[in-house]
Write a protein of this length. Structure first.
Lengths: 240, 413, 220
């Protein structure tokens, strides 16, 4: 109804507050955060998973990641940014997104490697493969579905979190929601909500496709989806 | 003392733990087919047999012969596609499933105890379904645990995960007996435990049966277990057909077909020996000489003539060994120095199978039968064992024929 | 905000009422969401368990709800239920569904086949089997789900501050608007503490309800 009209209005597709711009902002911020988090999280997760030690820390990390609300994290980082004389409408939200993306990626990288059949690893070692070779040629391909799931969880989480960034003055689709709410412009608010919901679902679907394509051939169908249901939705922190 | 059949849930603490109520079971042309086609795969094909009350009927056969399927049709876990099953003359299909099952005990290989319930609660499941008061349920659990050889104080409040496989299966049997059903269905109940525990559990079940006399339908793939446990054995083959239905002795002596003969095993003659015990054989008397007794005294006891070999015993009449009376003049006393080896000692309840094994082990032809106190009773020989099998039939002319009652010249170890 | 300490303790001391109120509202919102969520999830999971064909659609819908960013979900409900507790609760309950339904189903599926067979053979009716065997055995997995859902919900409640409720989220938001870090940190830290405490409490509850899981296996 009104929302459709709002979306159809060409004026809303132009300018710095236009739909394409906002979508791009959202995707950029999310992508950057996931990338930054991956650079930190994946090596750690793979290292711990490969060696098998530090499982307790991993478990605690997972719980901590769940217990820390993203909204709280965002707000907590604002005074920090201010003290560091950083722009508080961009850095706190990015910081929050990176911090929230790390736990699922670490835990899944760890779980993925741990899930590789120990007998296979032993056989590989027995054949004379060195540690890094085992990791690269055996464990990683087999653990890939689960690792990817971790990235997927992080990505969906991050897309949702960026929505809140609008509260602190950030951009992205959350901007429509926040502004719409503040100005009592319901069509804008709902359009924003709808768009970001679609973006989150689309992110999830894209990762599902990537998972299907990259899964090593020869794995049973159940293993291919990396421990996720056919519905294609993963479990971790919700889309906050 | 037997008591008349009681109808549940009347319970009188003066009564014995369980009654001797037993049901008859009849399979009438029972068939089970899977798939829609009339000529589809048959799991059970036209099975007909009758199990009298109080008998243990064992269904045995290779995998895919339909024995478990047949069992499960009795309590309607599986429904037949043809034919009917009667318990005490009543078609099970006409009875309410739930009520039917509460009146049949069921024991499976994995036991299936509820992990979240204590042993006592597990045993009392059916009584609770039948509405028994909790005090009575507790008493019953107590009695049943004792019956299956588990000390109630130790086990009542434990959880299944704390018990070993053998203990769990005993609880499974106790649970099946809780509501005093007239019929027990057992599906490879002892398959998941090691051979030593299995043998013990089998013996326990046989003991229970002697006390309770319930009708038992027992499924196994192990022919030895079938022979040991069954009053009647139904051998089934792939495709679900009945190959032979007979008591174990008949099955072994007269297998009805090539298949049965093969299934029973080429050693079926030896298997038959498990069905007989030493007390079925005639005992050959033997001359005993007590340690320290002069040979002359022995000769006088024998009426002047001395057999070649003397069984030397101690003052409690426990055998010590053999002595060759040749070369022993009368004045000489029987002492340790003249004793040569001892034959295997057999008890009256030793199976002939074990007896033969012991004799072969000692490479001798006779064994000394002793009583519970270890005192010598007489001798039995390999020839007697063969004669018994021969008399039962189907062995052909016995090599080295021996006729019962003849006192053979015994050879010492 | 320059030179403002992260936490000004005398403010905390002077505003314990307000803090307590926010905490109370937070607990209230969470409890209702979990209670309702559990009830609804149980119903849906039982349907999915009984009629396997419905499992995929049910979990799919719950999954889609879960993927939607919370702020978007709450906002979409506003035209329908206004700026009220109901809006928040509907959203919060929606977020618990996926986890709880998943866990209940997993718990029920985890009951070993031989236990089910024994239950049937002893003459338990379907409802009796569900109540006396399947659900109790599913309890550990279900409780694990409840713990996750609770912790997640506590986090989500903070977001409802943006639409007028929020519990501790209100403190945080006020702190942001007033450029007063103390409120932010008090709110944030308390919400984490609340989550950890709730998790621990539920874990104790789980242990109390499932004594058999702690019975040590003495022999194989």
């Amino acid at each position: 109804m009104q929302v459709v009209a709002w979306l159809a209005d060409p004026a809303h597709w132009q300018g710095t507050d236009g739909i394409p711009v906002r979508i791009l902002e959202h995707v950029e911020a999310s992508g950057l955060s996931v990338l930054a988090a991956a650079v930190i999280a994946l090596p750690i997760g793979l290292a711990v998973g490969h060696s098998g030690r530090g499982a307790f820390v991993i478990g605690s990390l997972a719980n901590l990641g769940r217990a820390l609300p993203s909204f709280a994290l965002l707000l907590m980082l604002i005074p920090v940014a201010v003290n560091l004389r950083l722009d508080f409408s961009t850095w706190p939200i990015l910081g929050a997104m990176v911090l929230l993306a790390i736990p699922p990626m670490i835990t899944n990288a760890h779980a993925g490697l741990r899930g590789v059949d120990r007998d296979l690893v032993e056989a590989a070692r027995g054949m004379g493969m060195s540690g890094p070779q085992v990791l690269l040629r055996l464990e990683l391909p087999l653990a890939l579905p689960v690792i990817l799931t971790g990235v997927r969880l992080a990505a969906v989480q991050v897309v949702a979190t960026y929505t809140l960034g609008a509260v602190a003055g950030g951009g992205g689709l959350g901007r429509y929601i926040y502004d719409g709410f503040a100005r009592q412009d319901t069509p804008r608010m709902l359009a924003g909500a709808g768009l970001v919901a679609l973006l989150a679902i689309a992110t999830d679907v894209v990762f599902e496709l990537v998972a299907r394509i990259t899964a090593p051939h020869g794995l049973a169908a159940g293993e291919r989806s990396g421990g996720m249901e056919p519905t294609g939705v993963a479990i971790s922190g919700p889309g906050v | 003392m037997r008591h008349p059949v009681r109808v549940l849930p009347v319970f009188d603490t003066q009564q014995p733990v369980l009654s001797r109520r037993a049901a008859t079971v009849a399979f009438e042309h029972v068939t089970k087919r899977y798939g829609r086609r009339v000529d589809g795969l048959a799991a059970v094909n036209d099975l007909s047999l009758f199990v009298p009350a109080g008998a243990t009927c064992v269904l045995v056969g290779p995998s895919g012969c339909g024995k478990t399927t047949s069992l499960k049709m009795v309590n309607r876990l599986i429904e037949p596609t043809g034919g009917r099953i009667l318990i005490d003359g009543q078609d099970v299909a006409t009875r309410d499933t739930t009520e039917l099952r509460r009146g049949i005990g069921y024991v499976i290989q994995q036991v299936g105890l509820f992990p979240h319930a204590t042993i006592a609660e597990n045993v009392a499941v059916v009584p609770r379904l039948l509405g028994w008061a909790s005090a009575r349920r507790r008493e019953r659990a107590d009695e049943l645990l004792r019956l299956v050889g588990l000390e109630p104080g130790q086990y009542m409040n434990r959880y299944p995960s704390e018990l070993s496989g053998g203990e769990r299966q005993r609880v499974g049997v106790a649970r099946a007996l809780a509501a005093d059903p007239p019929l027990l269905l057992m599906d490879e109940p002892f398959g998941a435990v090691d051979p030593i525990v299995r043998s013990r559990l089998q013996d326990e079940l046989l003991r229970l049966q002697r006390e309770l006399g319930k009708t038992i339908l027992f499924v196994t793939h192990d022919i030895d277990e079938a022979i040991k446990m069954g009053d009647l054995v139904a051998v089934m083959r792939e495709g679900g057909t009945l190959a032979q239905f007979a008591p174990p002795a008949d099955l072994l002596a007269h297998p009805a077909s090539e298949f049965v003969a093969r299934f029973v095993g080429a050693d079926r003659a030896l298997k038959r020996l498990t069905l007989h015990r030493v007390n079925e054989l005639p005992l050959v008397s033997v001359t005993e000489a007590t340690l320290g007794e002069p040979v002359g005294d022995v000769r006088r006891r024998e009426g002047g003539r001395l057999s070649r070999w003397l069984l030397v015993v101690d003052d409690r009449r426990v055998p010590v060994g053999w002595a060759d009376s040749n070369g022993l003049p009368d004045p000489v006393t029987v002492e340790g120095s003249v004793v040569t080896g001892l034959s295997p000692l057999l008890r009256r309840d030793t199976t002939l199978h074990d007896a033969l094994s012991l004799l072969l082990d000692g490479a001798v032809r006779s064994g000394i039968v002793v009583d519970d106190a270890g005192r010598a009773q007489g001798l039995v020989s390999i020839e007697e064992i063969m004669a018994l099998l021969h008399d039962e039939g189907d062995l052909g002319p016995a090599a080295g024929s021996a006729t019962p009652g003849r006192s053979s010249s015994v050879t010492g170890g | 905000m320059p030179n403002e300490p992260l936490i000004r303790w005398n403010w905390v001391a002077g505003h314990l009422d307000e803090i307590g109120g926010a905490l109370g509202q937070h607990v209230y919102l969470t409890s209702i969401a979990i209670a309702l969520g559990l009830a609804i999830s149980l119903g849906l999971a039982l349907v999915a368990h009984r009629y396997r064909r419905t499992e995929a659609p049910i979990t799919w819908v719950a999954g889609v709800i879960y993927t939607i960013p919370s702020l978007a979900l709450f906002v979409v409900l506003i035209p329908v239920t206004g700026l009220s507790t109901t809006t928040s609760e509907v959203g919060l309950v929606g977020y618990t569904l996926l986890i709880l339904i998943r866990n209940i189903l997993a718990g029920l599926d985890g009951v070993p086949a031989d236990v089910l067979e024994a239950a049937d053979a002893m003459g338990l009716t379907r409802p009796q089997r569900l109540l006396r065997v399947e659900l109790p055995m599913a309890l550990p997995v279900v409780m694990a789900g409840v713990r996750i859902a609770t912790v997640t919900t506590i986090g989500l409640v903070t977001v409802t501050a943006l639409i007028g409720q929020g519990g501790l989220g209100q403190l945080m938001l006020a702190g942001f608007i007033n450029l007063f870090p103390t409120e932010i940190y008090v709110g944030a830290i308390l919400s984490v503490v609340l989550a950890v405490a709730a998790d621990a409490a539920l874990l104790l509850l789980q242990r109390a309800l499932t004594p058999w899981t702690r019975a040590s296996a003495t022999r194989p």
